[in-house]
Design a protein around this ligand. Structure first.
Ligand code: SER
Length: 890
């Protein structure tokens, strides 16, 4: 193996080395953690193997190595300021799942750096967890002197950092880290060799031994497993290989930094002193590119909001420090693609999509940024002396002008040396949420906390859902609460609008995109039968609210009732819900793995599915989607639904939807060999129940987000019938059988084109004739034939044809006023001979417009316009005649 020197060579050397040590080279996971909705981003190589460390994973191998894409926003304030902090980076990792342990991990790490990378051993310093004698002994065996083996507490030598005290729960353990000594003369080079935080040293590889499962504060349970999780910073490793303590200046990052400088219209390393900002922008664009490529879009929530914050910080650097008036960030994207494409080839196809998403975000933010800054600066005198931006100002900037709070903090600190009243901001934010809740209360929303709180106080437990069993449409329950308007009541009678809470019910409460069920609730009331018609069912705090109207009798809290879901409607919903899962899978197969669900609606009459994808789908792609789904429908497999513990479900590889908060128990809905999703909705029993699937529309909902609407079962048949009816109607109108419609329409279009051409020809002939006649009225001015005239009944187009006729008849300059309703279309034309003499049609037309009102303009040889005041026509003719006279001296 020759010594690697480029980023690609390092990636390859890493994988080759660990494969030679019995590892499976495994691909980087997406930045969006696949089975862990609790995590915003993949931030370490071990994330995708979390279950393997706990002994619950499903991989057959016991050793793996990866080059993993990572996003960590925690260090964002240092990014750019130093040469080694990033929000995106790659992590080289090797892992043992209850297989090899400290001895091998340390030996291979040592072998890799000393024999593959050929680093001088004396430059390496290590740290160990304070009482990890085993690691201590291993390092010594490789010849590291004791003075270069430092012991630290869990605060620095545990992973996650200080896990026993601070968490999170899950796999954790002591670690040993490797540092490279760049020697005095770097950054803070005079720091002594004991100060590992100085610029002299760079931590580049962390070897973790996650042998514990943390369950709570200082509650570590031994897993009894020999686990290894190592992570080497890719850019840091390159810096070590370069012998220069500057990960930002390695080949993995330098081209992006240069591109950022170019886009910022500055020089990197020049005299401007802006290098830290250039680095920050470069980092942020790299992060954004990698995020968008993995299906993340800027938004106001979750990881989308992190991406938005990162982008807005970079945009603001461009506006603030570099005074760029136009969107610039997207110009940096191609350098990221070029630098990363060998390792992540999907970037090439996604480049345009990334550019569009980055640009859209910048344009959107720029639209309000200037106003926000003005608002901030206007308010500045009020709080300058206190040194603190008040919470209400921060909130207004956040809410009205789209300044994320950390961006405002940055602006306040960096430009004005002010702090931000963060608690005050939080209070305002909470008040806004409160107002939103109150707003929905005034709108008559039954979810107002009041009545529901009463019902819960009386002991109502979360409604048990009976809808998965049997037909799923019938069940018996007891009324535990009735809400009428803003209060909870003991009974309700015919005509009352109510929301009924039952202890258990087959009615599905709106959620996960699926609409709530409708139907009836019936019972034997004290004074006769009761019947409540339910329009929909909504959920709040685990209680299902059956929203409807009492049709007859009196419904009383405590009474037993039969709840009957409208079965035809439910069945239609089921078909659409299962079809949504199939659609998700078909889209991935046809368009690629970047397709990610962004939202969905499952109703009885249609389904809607929003997903990340950068361009409109072609008719051919849509047809393939339909064909795949209808193929699965015809296969008619049994749908499999299982209820299991969330952890188990994820371990089985089920797709968890992001932003969904799953409880401890989940349902896993699987279509054999097709899809497997965590889902609480109601589904068909066999895939054939869907009947048939048909896309009704494909459109854009936001930049980079497409929407498909589709129908199934009877809905699909109805859509097909509607299409057929339309076709029949068209065929009747065209008086042609439907298979001849296309040729008939083409023939009509040809005919129309001919007619239009004929008309134009006729008009120009008429114009020419009229022109010839009018030409006789032309006078001679300064030796040129000139006509200034009003021509009644000729609109703008006709006036143009007229001028062409006049020109043919030898008139060299003309000013014409036509007639179009109460407007006066004007034209001024001049042949080359007249233009040469100084006649300027555009200027003459302006002379006319000054008299007539209205406007117009054009070139010296031809100008057209429209005047407003027809009574001024004689005056206009006079003015133009004089103007021409002046030019021609006639
Ligand atoms: N998980 C550890 C880290 O992130 C080592 O891979 O540092």
């Amino acid at each position: 193996m020759s010594r690697p020197s480029t980023p690609n060579e390092l990636r390859k050397a890493w994988q080759d080395f660990f494969v030679s040590k019995g590892h499976t080279a495994y691909a980087s996971a997406s930045l969006v953690p696949a089975n862990d909705p609790t995590l915003l981003f993949t931030g370490a190589g071990m994330n995708q193997f979390k279950d393997m460390f706990l002994g619950k994973g499903s991989h057959s191998f016991k050793r793996a190595s990866t080059v993993q894409k990572c996003v960590r926003a925690g260090d964002i304030d240092n990014v750019g300021k130093t040469l080694r902090h990033f929000t995106f980076f790659e992590m080289l990792g090797n892992f043992s799942f209850d297989d090899y342990f400290k001895k091998e991990a340390i030996a291979w790490a040592w072998e890799f750096i000393t024999t593959v990378l050929e680093l001088p051993p004396e430059k390496v310093t290590v740290t160990i967890y304070k009482d990890d004698e085993e690691s201590f002994g291993e390092w010594k065996k490789h010849g590291i002197p004791e003075a270069r083996i430092h012991r630290f507490s869990a605060k620095s030598n545990y992973w996650p950092q200080n896990a026993p005290e601070d968490g999170p729960n899950g796999p954790c353990g002591p670690c040993t880290e490797m540092y490279y000594d760049f020697g005095p003369g770097t950054e803070k080079g005079d720091a002594g060799p004991d100060d590992l935080d100085s610029g002299r040293y760079l931590e580049f590889w962390n070897l973790v031994f996650p042998g514990y499962d943390r369950r709570g504060k200082n509650d570590l349970r031994s897993l009894g497993r020999r686990n290894v999780d190592t992570g080497a910073g890719f850019e840091r490793m390159l810096a070590v290989m370069d012998g220069n303590n500057a990960p930002f200046h390695t080949a993995a990052m330098r081209p992006i930094v240069e591109a950022a400088a170019h886009a910022l219209r500055t020089n990197y390393g020049g005299a401007g002193g802006n290098d830290a900002l250039v680095r920050r922008v470069a980092d942020h664009v790299r992060t954004a590119t990698m995020c968008v490529a993995d299906g993340i879009r800027p938004s106001n929530e979750g990881r989308g909001y992190v991406l938005r914050r990162i982008l807005r910080r970079a945009i603001r650097d461009g506006i603030g420090a570099f005074r760029l008036q136009e969107a610039f960030l997207h110009e940096i994207v191609p350098s990221v693609v070029a630098t990363m494409k060998d390792a992540y080839p999907d970037l090439v196809a996604g480049e345009r999509e990334v550019i569009a998403a980055v640009r859209a975000e910048e344009e959107q933010f720029r639209a309000t940024y200037a106003k926000g800054i003005r608002y901030f600066e206007d308010a500045l005198p009020k709080f300058k002396t206190s040194g603190r931006v008040p919470g209400d100002v921060a909130f207004k900037l956040h809410d009205t002008y789209g300044f994320p709070i950390d961006l405002l903090t940055q602006i306040a600190e960096e430009e004005h040396r002010l702090t931000v009243d963060r608690p005050g901001f939080e209070v305002e934010l909470e008040a806004q949420r409160e107002r939103a809740r109150a707003g929905s209360k005034m709108a008559g929303d039954v979810f107002a906390t009041g009545p529901l709180g009463d019902i819960k106080a009386k002991g109502a437990k979360p409604t048990k859902f009976l809808g998965y069993d049997g037909t799923g449409c019938e069940g018996r329950g007891t009324v535990v609460g009735i809400i009428q308007g803003p209060t909870s009541v003991a009974s309700a009678s015919a005509g009352d609008d109510v929301s009924v809470v039952l202890d258990q019910s087959p009615f599905y409460a709106e959620g996960g995109g699926q609409v709530g069920d409708a139907g009836v609730i019936e019972g034997a009331g004290a004074s006769g039968p009761v019947r409540v018609r339910i329009e929909t069912t909504k959920g709040q705090d685990g209680l299902s609210l059956h929203v409807g109207k009492v049709e007859s009798g009196t419904l009383t809290v405590g009474q037993a009732v039969d709840a009957k879901v409208d079965r035809a409607r439910r069945d239609a919903v089921r078909r659409n819900h299962t079809a949504t899962h199939l659609l998700h899978e078909a889209l991935k197969r046809v368009l690629g793995n970047h397709v990610r669900q962004q939202g969905s609606l499952v109703a009885d009459d249609r389904l809607r599915f929003d997903f990340a994808h950068g361009k409109p789908m072609t008719a051919e792609e849509l047809r393939r989607i339909e064909d795949s789904i209808n193929g699965w429908v015809l296969d008619n497999a049994d749908l499999d639904t299982k209820s299991m513990k969330t952890d188990e479900a994820k371990a089985s590889g089920a797709v968890a939807l992001f932003g969904e908060n799953y409880g401890d128990d989940v349902r896993v809905v699987s279509v054999p060999h097709v899809s497997r999703e965590l889902c609480g909705g109601t589904h068909v029993r066999r895939i054939g129940d869907i009947g048939t699937f048909r896309v009704t529309s494909e459109s854009s909902v936001a930049s980079g987000v497409r929407r498909i609407e589709a129908v199934t079962g009877l809905g699909a048949i109805a859509a097909a019938n509607a299409d057929r009816d339309r076709l029949r109607e068209i065929s009747q109108l065209l008086k042609a059988p439907s298979d001849q419609i296309v040729s008939r329409i083409t023939a009509i279009q040809d005919e129309m084109r001919d007619v239009r051409k004929q008309q134009e020809r006729a008009a120009s002939e008429a114009g020419a004739k009229l022109g010839e006649r009018l030409a006789t009225q032309a006078t001679t001015m300064g030796g040129l034939r000139v006509l200034v005239a009003e021509v009644r009944g000729q609109d703008g187009k006709a006036v143009k044809a007229l001028w062409e006729g006049l020109a043919k008849a030898g008139v060299e300059a003309a000013f014409l006023v036509g007639e179009s309703g109460d407007k006066a279309p004007t034209l001024c034309g001049a042949l080359a001979s007249a233009v040469k003499r100084g006649v300027d049609s555009g200027a003459l037309l302006k002379v006319a417009a000054a008299v007539l009102g209205g406007g117009g303009g054009g070139r010296p040889d031809l100008a057209q316009g429209s005047g407003l005041d027809r009574t001024k026509i004689p005056a206009a003719l006079e003015a133009v005649t004089q103007a021409i006279g002046k030019v021609l001296g006639g």
